[in-house]
Design a protein around this ligand. Structure first.
Ligand code: UDP
Length: 236
């Protein structure tokens, strides 16, 4: 499978057409951004980690009944995926209060939530990805009621599967962000990535952050943290 013209360049990935109109190639970059693009930098090797970790986890999820856009890993940075129309929502799944939730509700980071919390943000850079609820989503027709039900069910199931998976690796899954898409026949599938860019991972033994917060908060050891996650993910 060969890359044809570049269709899109985002903050962390480039997307290319292929000879098959239903398939795309994504290419993961080392570029890092935070705070809606305000902070920019490079995390050496991040593209490799995020590509390989995403693909490994998508295959695990697929084997456990979650449809995904994953088709085939081409090399360390490039993967063939199904072409989808992205549902313009970021689905945030939270087990432990951190980041914007801790700030918004005045909680100490690390406070366990008594139930899993789902949040939705409307994907729009110019608006800063505002949080929306089910009523906004249906009123604005970002997704249908049926799609939204499926997206919520998949997100909670993904949380159970990933939570269990990472617990066995000595990693606490604090929170993460998912994106879904519609294939050409309208099927809802998991899309985008699952990586240290999009999840908060804390080491069970030490509490050390093993994710993009090291970059966001200038904690140092960013590359080491990404590599540690890849090493653990590939240990099983
Ligand atoms: N997240 C993401 N992309 C975004 C916003 C959040 O991948 O545009 C992830 C983030 O890495 C974290 C979770 O979603 O794992 C919750 O993020 P939060 O709302 O706390 O925002 P943040 O504090 O990261 O800005």
């Amino acid at each position: 499978m060969e890359k044809l013209q570049q269709l899109y360049e985002g903050k962390a990935k480039k997307v290319f057409a292929t000879e098959n109109p239903d398939l795309l190639i994504v290419s993961y970059k080392d570029d890092a951004t935070a705070f809606n693009g305000e902070k920019k930098g490079t995390i050496i090797g991040k593209g490799v980690v995020n590509n390989r970790v995403t693909n490994h986890l998508m295959q695990y999820l697929e084997a456990n009944g979650i449809p995904t856009h994953f088709v085939e890993e081409l090399n360390d940075r490039e993967t063939v995926v199904k072409r989808v129309q992205i549902v313009p929502l970021e689905v945030i799944v939270r087990n432990i209060a951190a980041g914007s939730l801790a700030k918004r509700l005045g909680l100490e980071e690390g406070t366990p939530m008594k139930r899993t919390v789902l949040e939705y943000c409307y994907k729009d850079d110019a608006l800063g990805d505002p949080m929306v609820n089910e009523y906004h989503i249906l009123a604005m027709e970002y997704a249908t009621e049926e799609e939204l039900k499926l997206i919520a069910d998949y997100s909670l199931r993904i949380n159970e599967l990933l939570g269990k998976y990472f617990a066995e690796l000595g990693v606490r899954l604090i929170d993460f962000k998912l994106e879904f898409g519609r294939t050409s026949d309208g099927t809802i599938v998991l899309a985008d990535e699952i990586s240290p860019d999009t999840c908060r991972f804390w080491d069970v033994a030490t509490g050390m952050k093993l994710d993009k917060d090291r970059f966001r908060r200038d904690l140092g050891g960013v590359e080491d943290a990404y590599n540690e996650i890849m090493k653990r993910v590939f240990s099983k």
